[in-house]
Design a protein around this ligand. Structure first.
Ligand SMILES: Nc1ncnc2c1ncn2[C@@H]1O[C@H](COP(=O)(O)OP(=O)(O)OP(=O)(O)O)[C@@H](O)[C@H]1O
Length: 451
C-alpha cells in the first residue's frame, strides 16, 4: 500500500443486520466513500447490475442465505469488485473457503472503525494498481507492434486515414471488434504525430467507479479527503503535450461524462478537492467496440461527448475481413514467438495454413496471437502442423461436452451459452436481451471469457 490514503471509492455493504450496515456505512462515509447497502442476495445482485463498485463487504451469515453462495455470483456479475468477507465466525476453514470462492480479504466482526477503513483502503489501492497494470499492459502490447502495414484494402484505407489525421490535434474515435488492434492503432497515431516526443498515456475506462476514475484522471488535492496527505497529478497532467488514450470509452461512467466533456472541449479541469482550474494540452484518442449511437439512444452515453470525441472516426475491420493479412500476420507472429521461446517453429505446413485461412477468428488478432503462441510452444518441428493449432476444437467446443447436466462447471456452461446466443443473434444488444443481462455486463463477460 502507498503511504497516501487512496481516494474515495464506491463501496457495497451486504449484511442482514441493519445496525451493522448503519455503523459500517457511517464509518466509511466518514472517510469520504460512497456507500450502498443490501440486506439480502437479491438486492446485492441488483445493486451490482446498476453500479460499478470497487469494494464489497460481504457478511457470511445472511439470515437464511449464505454469503458463501452469493460470493461466486458477485464475482461472476462484477469480476473487478474486490470482496472482503466480514463475519463473526473467526475460523480458518471459513477464511480458506472464502478465499477459494474469490474473496480478496477477510475481516472478523466486531471490528474497530480503523480496521474497517484499513480493510477498505487496502482493496481500493489494489483496484487502482490493477487498473494501472491493465493500462501498462495495453501500452506494452501496443508498443511491441507499432509498425502497421496491411495488404488488405479495407485496412490499408484505415491506416492511410490514421496517418493523415495523426499530425492534427483532432480527437479520434477508433471503432472495431475486440482484438482488432485499436490500442495498437492509437499508439501508432501518437507515434506518427508531432507529439511523439511526449507521453502516450492510456486510461482503461471500465470497472473503476466514477469516484476512483475521477481522481485517476484529474488527480486530487492534498486534504481533498480524509488521509489525502499529498496531492497527486492525474493521467491528464501526465499526458500534457502528448496523447491521452481512453480505452473502452463506452464504459466511461455516465456521472463523470460532463467533466470529461468539459476537458475534451476546453482542455480545462480541476483536481478532486481543489477549485483552481488547470489546463493540459492533450490530444484525445478514444476506442470502443460498443455501439455508441445505440448507447446515446438508450441514454447511457452523452451525445455531446460522442460528438466531441468523434471528430474523426476510424473503423478497424475484423480479421476475417482482412483475408490478405491473415497469413502474413500469422507468420510474423510465429517467428516472433519462436524467437521469444527459442522454439524450432519456422513456418506452417499446408494443412495448418488452410486451417488458419478458413477459421473465422472471432477474437481477431488477439486470438490469432494466443493460438499461435500455443502452437509455437507445442510444436517440436520447424513445420507447425494443424494438430498444434487449437482452432479446430475452438470452433465447436460447445457442441458435445458442454451441455446442461454434463460434468462441467457453471462457468463453462455460461461461456458456452453466451457463445451460442451471440452466434444466433445479429447484434450484441439483442444477445444481451436474450440472456437477460445488460449490454455492459455482456461486454465484460466476453472479456472475462476471452470471447
Ligand atoms: N498489426 C499487428 N501485428 C501484430 N500484432 C498485432 C497487430 N495489431 C494488433 N496486434 C496485437 O493484437 C492484440 C490486440 O490488439 P489491441 O489490444 O490493440 O486490440 P483492441 O482492438 O484494442 O482490443 P480490445 O478492444 O479488446 O481492447 C495485442 O496483443 C496486439 O499486440
Amino acid at each position: 500500500m502507498s503511504k497516501d490514503t487512496p481516494p474515495p471509492a464506491r463501496i457495497l455493504l451486504v449484511d442482514d443486520e441493519s445496525a451493522i450496515l448503519r455503523t459500517f456505512r457511517y464509518c466509511l462515509e466518514d472517510a469520504g466513500h460512497r456507500v450502498a447497502t443490501a440486506q439480502n442476495s437479491a438486492l446485492a445482485l441488483e445493486a451490482l447490475q446498476h453500479d460499478v463498485f470497487d469494494v464489497c463487504f460481504l457478511d457470511l451469515g445472511l439470515g437464511s442465505e449464505s454469503g458463501l453462495d452469493l460470493l461466486p455470483k458477485i464475482k461472476a456479475a462484477a469480476p473487478w469488485t474486490r470482496v472482503v468477507v466480514a463475519t463473526a465466525q473467526a475460523s480458518i476453514d471459513v477464511a480458506v473457503e472464502s478465499m477459494r470462492a474469490g474473496a480478496s480479504d477477510y475481516l472478523v466482526k466486531p471490528c474497530s472503525p480503523e480496521q474497517l477503513r484499513f480493510a477498505a483502503n487496502k482493496q481500493i489501492e489494489a483496484r487502482r494498481l490493477e487498473a494501472r497494470v491493465e493500462a501498462l499492459e495495453s501500452e506494452r502490447s501496443a508498443h511491441s507492434n507499432a509498425e502497421l502495414t496491411s495488404g488488405s484494402p479495407a485496412m490499408a484505407h484505415v491506416l492511410d486515414e490514421a496517418r493523415r489525421v495523426a499530425d492534427t490535434d483532432a480527437s479520434v474515435l477508433i471503432l472495431g471488434e475486440s482484438g482488432t488492434g485499436k490500442g495498437v492503432t492509437a499508439r501508432a497515431i501518437h507515434a506518427w504525430s508531432l507529439r511523439n516526443a511526449r507521453n502516450f498515456v492510456t486510461v482503461n475506462c471500465p470497472s473503476l467507479s466514477a469516484d476512483l476514475l475521477e481522481s485517476e484522471l484529474f488527480g486530487h488535492a492534498k486534504g481533498a479527503f480524509t488521509g489525502a496527505t499529498e496531492s497527486t497529478q492525474g493521467r491528464v497532467a501526465q499526458a500534457d503535450g502528448g496523447t491521452l488514450f481512453l480505452d473502452e470509452i463506452g464504459d466511461f461512467p455516465l456521472a463523470l461524462q460532463p467533466k470529461l466533456l468539459r476537458f475534451v472541449q476546453d482542455k480545462e479541469y480541476e483536481r478532486v478537492g481543489d477549485a483552481s482550474t488547470r489546463k493540459a494540452d492533450v490530444r484525445i484518442v478514444a476506442a470502443t467496440n460498443r455501439d455508441l449511437d445505440a448507447m446515446v439512444a438508450a441514454g447511457t452515453f452523452r451525445q455531446d461527448l460522442l460528438y466531441r470525441l468523434n471528430v474523426i472516426s476510424l473503423k478497424l475491420p475484423a480479421l476475417r475481413e482482412r483475408g490478405e493479412d491473415i497469413m502474413v500476420l500469422a507468420e510474423k507472429v510465429l517467428l516472433e514467438f519462436a524467437l521469444a521461446y527459442r522454439r524450432p517453429a519456422r513456418r506452417f505446413d499446408a494443412a495448418a495454413q488452410q486451417a488458419i485461412r478458413g477459421y473465422g477468428w472471432p477474437g481477431n488478432i488477439r486470438e490469432l496471437r494466443n493460438v499461435i503462441e500455443r502452437a509455437v510452444i507445442l510444436s517440436s518441428t520447424e513445420d507447425v502442423g494443424v494438430h498444434c493449432l487449437s482452432i479446430a476444437q475452438d470452433t465447436q467446443p460447445q457442441a458435445g461436452s458442454v451441455r446442461v447436466g454434463a460434468n462441467v462447471s457453471l462457468e463453462e456452461l455460461e461461456r458456452a451459452h453466451i457463445v451460442a446466443v451471440m452466434a444466433a443473434t445479429p447484434t450484441l444488444d439483442m444477445a444481451a436481451n436474450t440472456l437477460g443481462i445488460d449490454a455492459s455486463t455482456l461486454y465484460r463477460k466476453r472479456k472475462q471469457y476471452g470471447l
